[in-house]
Write a protein that binds this ligand. Structure first.
Ligand code: B12
Ligand code: SF4
Length: 528
């Protein structure tokens, strides 16, 4: 429930001061800035650009029939990060429009339905046809031409299609020459220099986008420009300037929740389509949410350490209950997914949160680490309706796990926690990486045998892809030449690189082996 009260005419308070609070689960929000004497700007969010990339760049093997569940999810997921930013702008009384370049255009479930049954065939669905991509593209550029925005906000977050999006930004620049073109998201945070050097984008929002974007829009509106705004990068007189980082807010509860912009991002439509298309309701829009941000660990393959610097912040249990109440009111689902890196990390808060789940219609799926799962916590989860516990196991080779993956975890802990999760009647969902430095094929097969022996049947093996910005990318750089790196690029639109080495010298060997192992364990490649 959001209560908004405009301040008296002419009233103005610095936009950086804290503005919202939460009493007994109700979020009260007061816009603290005045627009008096300033012109309103036309602000436009472009959502679904990664989905458009999937349709136009067609990265391998995304359009194989066997990947239809993941693909539909990627096509219909909103830009969650942009939703957080938009929710904050809305709570501060700032107007904007959202153009969902896929979800606004492709509204029928039949478009996404897969007629072909051969898993190795390419999709024959209508959404896979060039005509579908063309319609989304037209919607994007017609919307820009019609709306004539002053500011265009585009998500550039996912490495998998980063080069596609950077190219698309050039086209958006052409179509809206006089607007301020702004990007934000994970890739934007870590590669602002590259994005600005392309010459299309005016300003990059780095890190947590809520307050920075609001302050930036205010500065643009007043004519001040971005130079005084922490957390942005921009070009001045041909030079890229990176302003200092912005401190992250202390309490996440200061932010309104992302589903307060459900209408703008067409969440109900996305939810209806996906819940009809996907048999497993894991992270469907309207049924997913992060109750915390960040992770205290620093695995070498993960971007989280670079983004959150091992700091974890939590929403209060009461805030989480509000989101769940809101979603159960808006979307009729029976399963909810918490995408936190380590959902069970804070024991006391976990207990309080579980106590607040009473009376909700959901069962729950989570991700966490094995070292935050003991018998008592597992018992709590089972008793509170949790069904799937995803654990990043990475490798059952202890040396590889610690030295190559940098994961501070004992294999025995993972095995013990998984067995206890199973014994408590829930499903342990284990994810592994194939191709970590030092791990041989034999060692991976040993992991598979352990899974079989322990009766842990829900496991997926992902080939090691390295994101620029991770510790492992630096290792890759020291041993690979530029041309080796290019050869290891996942596909031409990607900024992910396969970690090719002695054991898996070619892409085909690594990808082929991962497929072989997944077939052996029956893995289906969920999210992540
Ligand atoms: C939900 C989720 C999904 C959903 C939806 C993704 C989506 N479209 O948002 C689904 C299930 C579809 C999904 C799929 C994939 N995901 Co995913 N996913 C997540 C998850 C669990 C939560 C994302 C979230 O809610 N973030 C919360 C917000 C608050 O954080 P944020 O996005 O960084 O946004 C903030 C800032 O970056 C900034 N910002 C963000 N966008 C914008 C835009 C503008 C204009 C501005 C100004 C600012 C701004 O402000 C935001 C608020 O502070 C994260 C893990 C995590 N803990 O974040 C992984 C994660 C984002 N996924 C990841 C990956 C690898 C994938 C896949 C590539 C997996 C695969 N192998 O296919 C696909 C790619 C799909 C796609 N095209 O988007 C990686 C991302 C790595 C990367 N950057 O490339 C993450 C970080 C998990 C991990 N640790 O590896 N994913
Ligand atoms: S892989 Fe998981 S445990 Fe490791 S740093 Fe990333 S989020 Fe944390």
């Amino acid at each position: 429930l959001v209560w908004k009260s405009p301040l008296p005419e002419g009233f103005s308070i610095s936009p950086t001061v804290s503005f919202g609070w939460n009493i007994a689960g109700l979020t009260f929000t007061i816009p603290l800035t005045s627009t008096l004497g300033k012109e309103q700007m036309k602000v436009m969010f472009v959502s679904d650009t990664a989905a458009l990339g999937l349709m136009e760049a067609r990265p391998e093997p995304a359009w194989k029939v066997r990947l239809q569940v993941l693909r539909n999810k990627e096509l219909l997921a909103p830009d969650y990060g942009a939703m957080h930013v938009a929710a904050y702008l809305k709570s501060r009384g700032l107007d904007f429009k959202v153009f969902n370049v896929v979800a606004d255009v492709h509204r029928d479930v039949e478009l996404f339905t897969e007629p072909s049954t051969d898993p190795e065939e390419y999709s024959c669905s209508l959404i896979s046809k060039p005509e579908a991509a063309r319609r989304s593209r037209e919607h994007l550029f017609e919307s820009i031409a019609e709306y004539q925005p002053d500011v265009v906000l585009v998500t550039l977050s996912i490495y998998n299609l980063a080069l596609y999006t950077r190219k698309l930004l050039g086209e958006i620049r052409e179509a809206s020459r006089d607007s301020h073109l702004v990007t934000g998201g994970i890739y934007s945070t870590l590669h602002a220099q590259d994005i600005l050097s392309d010459g299309w984008v005016d300003i990059v929002v780095r890190g947590e986008g809520e307050v920075t974007t609001f302050d930036l829009l205010e500065a643009l509106r007043s004519g001040e420009g971005p130079s005084g705004i922490p957390g942005v990068s921009f070009v001045k007189d041909g030079t890229v300037i990176h302003n200092p980082d912005r401190d992250k807010v202390g309490s996440l509860d200061h932010f309104p929740h992302l589903y307060t912009v459900s209408d703008e991002f067409a969440i109900k439509r996305r939810f209806d389509l996906l819940s009809r298309l996907n048999p497993l309701a894991d992270y469907i829009p309207g049924t997913g949410f992060l109750t915390s941000r960040g992770c205290p660990e620093k695995c070498t393959f993960c971007l989280d350490p670079a983004l959150n610097r091992q700091r974890v912040r939590f929403h209060s249990p009461r805030y989480v209950r509000n989101v769940l109440d809101y979603c159960s009111w808006r979307f009729e689902a029976d399963s909810f997914f918490f995408g936190d890196a380590t959902f069970t990390m804070h024991r006391k808060r976990l207990r309080q949160l579980l106590d607040l789940l009473e009376g909700l219609p959901y069962s729950y799926q989570i991700q966490t680490r094995a070292d935050y799962l003991d018998r008592e916590v597992i018992g709590w989860l089972a008793a509170s309706g949790f069904t799937h516990i995803a654990i990043g196991a990475e490798s059952f080779n202890q040396k590889v796990l610690n030295d190559s993956a940098g994961k501070r975890l004992d294999v025995e802990q993972t095995l013990k926690a998984s067995a206890q999760v199973k014994a408590a009647g829930m499903k342990p969902v284990l994810t592994f990486i194939v191709g970590l430095p030092g791990e041989s094929r034999d060692s991976v097969w040993r992991t598979v045998r352990i899974l079989e022996e322990k009766g842990l049947e829900t496991a997926t093996f992902f080939p090691l892809v390295v994101f620029r910005g991770t510790a492992l990318y630096e290792v890759l750089r020291t041993r690979a030449t530029e041309s080796d790196l290019e050869a290891a690029r996942l596909h031409p639109s990607s900024e992910e690189f396969l970690f090719l080495g002695d054991e898996f010298p070619t892409r085909d060997e690594l990808m082929g082996f991962a497929d072989e192992v997944n077939r052996a364990v029956g893995g289906r490649g969920q999210h992540g």
